[in-house]
Design a protein around this ligand. Structure first.
Ligand code: GLU
Length: 553
């Protein structure tokens, strides 16, 4: 037995397979030319993060638009950071946003697919098999340095202004012999397994990033850790093995990984794998006191995707908004194709922002308003009540006590309107928005605009109540207001008023404002005639009479 084989047997005696075993187990995928195999690989360390959702969306549409595969893989090599239920939160969260998953963890904690297991903690033996091969090839070795020793080296490097890290002469165990390793192991010393990097810092590696274009970096010469002392791999090593065996064609991930690409490409080459294409997605940014910064888990509530659900953003509207961030030409496409699914958009990674798009809440509200304006009242009813059921139980009860009544409210300026009103952007606005339709939430207000006299308003309402007919259509409804106007010295037509403002107290529009305030307590609402029809005669008369009483005191 050569020295390397002895070392490999010493360190990984239980590993009996060779890489060929896995290479045969996970053959090439049978996909059409050009199909991209992509994935998200979240760590179950908490809730679904906006950045993960964004990366998942970009991967999903890449797979969809090329007829490829989108899978998930759970990167749970850091057990200390794992939270209970973390996997389900992420996977179910993606599903809720309509990000369907072809393979891997598809729903909750169930896995499916031919290339699994899709959870790194279940793949220890696979990683160890490849590490064993690297040891035999003289490309990996055990390192017994303690955390304190490594810290000392780092301090010395910093003091002498030398690049920090386990490289060159600082790689203490790089040439450790079998005998030395055996003695330390026999003495019970813990160890990690490191790569014996053949790289040279003076050499450059060049690669074409799918988003950022050509990138050049120094070759990796650091003997970084492959397997930690518990036999679990580091991210770098697990990434190379998994994306090779799962036949990922494009690694589309957060750009915090870009500086690690030299390590990754080196690993792929040393293991004899063809490297995938890399595309690094810039994070979503936020303006904070005029400066751009990454959205932060600590500072920004919207970092957790749950925030959008709580606020009552429709998940498809959030996706729609993220698409505008993902691709600079999405909005033009959307204008030309207002009603089709975003999934039909021909996505191209090259159209992504290189430096990070800004999260813009107003834009999200705007996109959401436009999308909600396309819905029919029954759809709004379903979505709104589903939201309220989860997040606002009293409001849910209010909305569903009389579903037909609520639907007729939601139909105003919507179902038959040539241009539906764009108002609601998220469901948590609805309670306040529709408050005046429900006795429980209606707050009367008797405050008039400054230029309208209380006595005139009361006189108008008293006249109006006499001729009000709940069956009037919009024209008839307004004609009645105009009819009363001159009797109170208000102009029936706005243009008459504008021509001679001194001759009038106001115009018919002002009187309709009086009526609006009486009925809704507000000066700005959707079509008042429709509102009155929905509220019904009895309620309208009650509100008008109450207002008259309040104006007269
Ligand atoms: N677990 C890594 C992360 O969450 C995955 C990066 C990758 O997609 O390769 O950042």
């Amino acid at each position: 037995m050569t020295e390397n084989i002895k070392m490999a047997e010493l360190l990984l005696p239980d590993i009996k397979n060779t890489p060929d075993y896995y290479e045969n187990m996970y053959p090439e995928r049978n996909l059409p030319e050009g199909a991209r195999v992509v994935r998200v690989a979240p760590s179950p360390t908490g809730y679904l993060h906006l950045g993960t959702l964004f990366a998942a969306l970009v991967n999903r549409i890449t797979a969809t638009s090329t007829g490829g595969v989108f899978f998930t893989r759970i990167e749970d090599t850091d057990k200390k950071r794992e939270v209970e239920g973390g996997i389900e939160d992420i996977i179910d969260g993606l599903n809720r946003f309509g990000i369907t998953i072809d393979e891997g963890f598809t729903v909750g904690s169930t896995q499916s697919g031919e290339y699994g297991p899709y959870k790194q903690s279940m793949r220890a033996e696979i990683y160890q098999t490849y590490v064993k091969k690297l040891i035999i090839d003289g490309l990996a070795y055990p390192c017994f340095c303690t955390a304190e020793e490594l810290e000392q080296v780092r301090a010395e490097q910093e003091k002498n202004k030398i690049r920090t890290g386990y490289h060159g002469e600082y790689a203490k165990h790089r040439n450790i012999t079998f005998e030395q390793a055996k003695a330390l192991i026999d003495a019970g010393k813990p160890y990690v397994i490191r790569l014996k990097s053949p790289g040279n810092e003076q050499n450059r590696i060049v690669f074409e990033d799918g988003i950022k274009g050509k990138i050049e970096m120094p070759e990796n010469d650091e003997d970084f850790v492959l397997l930690k002392s518990d036999g679990i791999p580091t991210y770098h090593f697990a990434h190379a093995i998994d994306d090779h065996l799962m036949h990922t064609t494009h690694v589309i991930r957060g750009d915090e990984w870009i500086s690690s690409v030299p390590k990754h490409i080196q690993l792929f080459r040393l293991l004899g794998f063809k490297p995938p294409k890399f595309a690094h997605v810039a994070p979503i940014m936020k303006l904070d006191n005029g400066a751009k910064r990454k959205i932060s888990k600590r500072k920004d509530p919207e970092a957790a995707v749950r925030f959008f659900a709580e606020q009552g953003y429709e998940s498809e509207n959030v996706i729609e908004y993220l698409m505008t961030i993902a691709s600079s030409d999405f909005e033009d496409w959307r204008r030309a194709n207002p009603t089709v699914s975003y999934k039909d958009f021909k996505f191209n990674l090259k159209k992504m922002s290189v430096s990070g798009a800004l999260y813009d809440e107003n834009k999200l509200l705007d996109v959401s308003k436009n999308r909600i304006a396309l819905l029919k009242s029954y759809e709004v009813y379903e979505k709104l009540t589903a939201w309220a059921k989860e997040f606002d139980e009293p409001f849910f009860k209010l909305l569903t006590a009389n579903p037909e009544y609520t639907k007729s409210i939601l139909a105003i300026d919507r179902d038959n309107a040539p241009k539906p009103r764009k108002d609601l952007a998220k469901w948590n606005e609805a309670k306040e928005f529709y408050a005046y339709f429900y006795d429980e939430t209606f707050v009367p207000c008797y405050c008039l605009p400054e230029h309208i006299d209380k006595a005139d308003a009361a006189a108008f309402l008293s006249e109006y109540i006499k001729i009000y007919d709940e069956k009037d259509d919009r024209q008839e409804w307004f004609a009645k207001i105009k009819q009363i106007a001159p009797t109170l010295n208000f102009a029936a037509e706005t243009k008459e008023y504008k021509a001679n403002p001194d001759n009038y107290k106001g115009h018919a529009g002002d009187l309709s404002t009086v009526l609006r305030i009486a009925i809704t307590g507000r000066t700005n609402t959707p079509d008042l005639c429709s509102i009155m029809q929905v509220l019904g005669k009895e309620e309208c008369i009650k509100r008008i009479e109450n207002t008259i009483k309040n104006l007269e005191v």
